[in-house]
Ligand binder design. Structure first.
Ligand code: NAP
Length: 279
């Protein structure tokens, strides 16, 4: 099986590692704008060979794992370049703009729009991890637009990687993901900013940083190059989620200023319900 991974970073690299483990006959070809990442991916055993877009004609499977703004340009070019039995899937964190970008492409039926809900705050091939997708959810959008035969191949790959599948329309995906992923990242970035600006002496921060601060600010280490296009593409839902979050922050501040500690207690107790949702 010839597998081409375009964008050999955290997600593409992790997929390549798992495919190598589960498909003995797989050869992994890497395509990336960053030559150093390709060299690193070969050294780390993530890919077998470097390749270019002209080689994609030979692919059985193409995984597009580049930032979402780049995906809008690369996906139609990949569909132009593939043979008639090749399956292409993406892993982008937004789904509506990506689905729209290829909606009228003559090879639309060879594409699966996917978003594996798995990752870390690190980037590049050195961040790739074996087993990253085990027991994680993969959101698939517009599955009915993919040929049945290629759907089956795609689902087999996702299953081998240990993922469970959720089907969703791209609009619902982008709306829901704004709350559970995009807002969490902004909240972490701005918490990090607030603390860093206040405590210019970094040693003080590290001396006092307990596990609460560390876990809440972890996402602030994430790549701005990956996140800016995500916020741009999902601006409408991200702004809405931010408005609701800011309202909650303002309300909490007002309760404290007014010394309404019973209400402060209740706000937190009501939110403890999250323990039942995220066990
Ligand atoms: P990453 O580690 O930064 O990897 C992306 C790779 O694509 C990098 O090597 C990057 O090179 C390369 N690239 C950039 N422009 C390119 C181009 N024009 N042609 C070919 N390669 C190019 O990012 P990632 O975290 O794996 O994210 C990849 C995709 O997965 C994104 O669409 C993201 O939304 C999605 N995703 C991410 C996560 C997560 O937690 N990170 C989770 C689920 C889905 P440079 O570094 O030099 O730009």
């Amino acid at each position: 099986m010839k597998v081409f991974v375009i964008g050999i970073g955290l997600i593409g690299g992790s997929m390549a590692l798992d495919i190598k483990t589960h498909y003995e006959n797989a050869t992994i070809f890497g395509i990336d704008a960053n030559e150093n990442h390709l060299d690193e991916a070969i050294k780390l055993g993530i890919i077998d060979q470097k390749a270019t877009m002209t080689d994609v004609i030979n692919a059985d499977l193409v995984i597009v794992s580049v930032p979402v703004d780049i995906a809008l340009v690369i996906l139609p070019a990949v569909l132009d370049a593939i043979g008639e039995n090749t399956l292409v899937f993406d892993v982008g964190s937004t789904k509506l703009p990506i689905c729209e970008a290829i909606t009228n492409h003559p090879k639309r039926r060879q594409f699966i729009a996917s978003h594996p809900i798995a990752g870390t705050e690190f980037s590049g091939p050195s961040a790739a991890i074996k087993g990253l997708f085990q027991d994680k959810t993969n959101i698939i959008c517009e599955v009915e637009k993919t040929t049945f035969k290629l759907q089956e191949i795609g689902m087999k790959v996702f299953k081998k990687l240990g993922m469970r599948i959720r089907y969703m329309d791209p609009k619902s995906h982008d709306k829901h993901i704004a709350y559970v992923s995009h807002l969490s990242h902004i909240s972490s970035f701005m918490l990090g900013k607030t603390v860093v600006e206040k405590e210019k002496d970094e040693r003080d921060i590290f001396d006092m940083a307990g596990s609460g601060f560390e876990s809440t600010v972890r996402l602030a280490k994430s790549s701005p190059a990956m996140w800016t296009p995500i916020f741009k593409q999902n601006k409408k839902h991200v702004v809405k989620s931010l408005e609701e979050y800011i309202l909650n922050l303002t309300k909490f501040k007002n309760l404290l200023e007014n010394e309404n500690y019973e209400a402060v207690f209740n706000e937190m107790q009501n939110t403890n319900r999250i323990k039942e949702i995220l066990k």
